[in-house]
Design a protein around this ligand. Structure first.
Ligand SMILES: [Zn+2]
Length: 113
């Protein structure tokens, strides 16, 4: 009758699956993140969960890091985007060329060419 003891064993093992309202809340720890704008945000994580290296600042939405002296917003190298680059994202190359030609024509007109 080894199967009977196996069933009893599984029933004992299933008891932790039931949440107990009177049990203490899961241990938490507070991690402070600093953003480039000088905000510091205390985020609570479950104690066993690893804290991510960056967290979006709740106040300004910039990425915030764990090092106050070196927030990620300041070190992250983001290529400068010109206005033309943004325009090119919205328009096809052909549209961009037409706009550029039109702009050049206006400039030449102003110069009296
Ligand atoms: Zn911020």
């Amino acid at each position: 009758m080894s199967s009977g003891s196996a069933i009893r064993g599984s029933r004992v093992g299933s008891s932790p699956m039931r949440p107990d309202d009177r049990s203490e809340p899961a241990p938490r720890r507070e991690v402070t993140y600093y953003c480039a704008a000088g905000h510091d945000a205390v985020i609570r994580f479950a104690a066993e969960a690893p804290a991510p290296n960056t967290w979006d600042c709740p106040r300004c939405g910039q990425p915030a890091g764990l090092d106050r002296a070196n927030p990620p917003g300041r070190t992250r190298v983001e290529p400068y985007k010109s206005h033309l680059a943004y325009v090119k994202e919205r328009r096809s190359d052909a549209d961009g060329a037409a706009i550029l030609a039109e702009a050049l024509a206006k400039v030449r007109q102003r110069r009296g060419e």
